[in-house]
Design a protein around this ligand. Structure first.
Ligand code: SF4
Ligand code: SF4
Length: 132
């Protein structure tokens, strides 16, 4: 039975240092949400990802994401897939120590439904993880 992690919206994952990758379709969606041209959005809110193959969101210097304001994500509706996928479809050893998501044991169909609601991704029946 798979474990689904229910996000507590503690925003810790928006505050620790790291890189949030943004894809071309995400740049289009976020720019539209912010009513900015894609050029202006890229210039103001992105930096080169360390892989040098994509862009990532800027941070505030402290490591906190540039889009975290007053404990909320200002681009919640169009936040990048990387944000949606954590911690169910990617995480790291020991993430439970810094993420307050509540682990819930589910059967496979329930798990797929929850993952779809949280991430927008449709997992194939019989698979409990997403591989691009
Ligand atoms: S885009 Fe939103 S959800 Fe993603 S790290 Fe930034 S504030 Fe958090
Ligand atoms: S995924 Fe975890 S760290 Fe991020 S907001 Fe939800 S509970 Fe907090």
């Amino acid at each position: 039975m798979p474990i689904f992690y229910e996000c507590d919206r503690c925003t810790a994952c928006c505050r620790w240092p790291g890189q949030v990758k943004v894809t071309d379709p995400e740049i289009t969606a976020i720019s539209a949400e912010l009513k900015l041209s894609e050029f202006d959005f890229i210039q103001s809110y992105t930096r080169i990802h360390s892989s040098k193959t994509s862009l990532a969101l800027k941070d505030k210097g402290s490591g906190e994401c540039v889009f975290l304001e007053d404990g909320n994500c200002v681009i919640q509706k169009v936040k990048p897939q990387q944000c949606r996928d954590f911690p169910n479809l990617w995480n790291f050893p020991g993430f439970e120590k810094v993420c307050r998501a509540k682990p819930v044991l589910l059967n496979n169909p329930e798990y797929r439904t929850k993952v779809h609601a949280a991430t927008g991704r449709l997992l194939e029946p019989g698979r409990n993880n997403f591989e691009p």
